[in-house]
Design a protein around this ligand. Structure first.
Ligand code: ADP
Ligand code: MG
Length: 259
């Protein structure tokens, strides 16, 4: 263990539920680059974990391994007690339990907003059109874009498109939602409308992993902050403690640059 690795488990709010996502000594390389190094991370049901760290530290790769967009070289990942399968129908089913929202919204441009939110329900969850449409409209209302249902993505603002992307992920009834810098591509005036939706989700008890530079969100919504650098989890703490009194030099240095 390096001298800056000061992870402690005796701080922060009580865990919110049983372990939902467990990474056990996960390692991954991209060629010579050891992008994830001995990652141990448990996300409890109902918990909101914010992941921060310098660019290139492995945050996106961490998210992508959790829904198996990336394979790992060693170590184990379980979701709700089940190991992530390598491929096939089992993988599709388990992956549907993990909602993902990216920096770029990745909506289908040639489908309406409503159809975007229906698609996974039809193809993966095998719902009929009427119930998929009903659920899609409910979710679009919930994220505040109900009136945009029949438009095409390009007719919406970035903030609206990202909220549609959140509704689309929620439509799969995921057990956990992963957000990878969901507001980084947005104009400043649209950031809050997306963060507000995420904040509400957190209050409603959704289990969330959020990679973000929005420290206000981290302070108000996170149960725990995970700080990554060079492929390692360097520090984990309750947000107040992390922002006011980071223990590692890496975290102090990082915070001094962004705050
Ligand atoms: P972060 O999200 O913290 O900025 P990433 O997980 O995107 O970091 O990337 C971590 C490191 O892995 C970076 O050095 C990046 O260049 C490298 N990397 C990411 N994806 C790939 C890939 N598919 N192939 C090779 N290197 C990659
Ligand atoms: Mg990234």
């Amino acid at each position: 263990m390096s001298e800056v690795s000061v992870t402690k488990n005796d701080e922060g709010p009580a865990p919110t539920g049983d372990p939902l996502v467990v990474l056990d000594n996960v390692n991954k390389h991209f060629g010579a680059l050891h992008v994830l190094q001995d990652i141990d991370l448990t996300i409890h049901r109902g918990e909101v974990v914010v992941v921060i760290g310098p660019s290139g530290s492995g945050k996106s790769t961490l998210c992508r391994t959790i829904n198996r967009l990336e394979t790992v070289d060693s170590g184990g990942i379980t979701i709700d007690g089940k190991p992530l399968p390598q491929e096939g129908r089992e993988l599709a089913r388990l992956r549907a339990d993990v909602g993902m929202v990216f920096q770029s919204f990745n909506l289908f441009a040639h489908k309406t907003v409503l159809e975007n939110v229906m698609l996974g329900q039809l193809k993966v969850r095998r719902k009929d059109r009427a119930s998929a449409a009903k659920r899609a409209r409910e979710l679009l209302d919930r994220v505040g874009v109900g009136t945009q249902a029949d438009k095409y993505p390009a007719q919406l603002s970035g903030g609206q498109q990202q909220r549609v992307a959140i509704a689309r992920a929620l439509a799969m009834d995921p057990k956990v939602m992963l957000f990878d810098e969901p507001t980084s591509a947005l104009d400043p005036e649209m950031i809050n409308e997306v963060l507000d939706v995420m904040q509400q989700l957190a209050r409603d008890g959704m289990t969330m992993v959020v990679v973000t530079h929005e420290m206000g969100f981290a302070r108000s919504a996170a149960n725990r902050v995970v700080f990554m650098a060079d492929g390692r989890i360097v520090e984990e703490a309750e947000p107040n403690q992390f922002f006011t009194n980071p223990r590692s030099d890496r975290a102090k240095d990082f915070l001094s640059k962004i705050l």
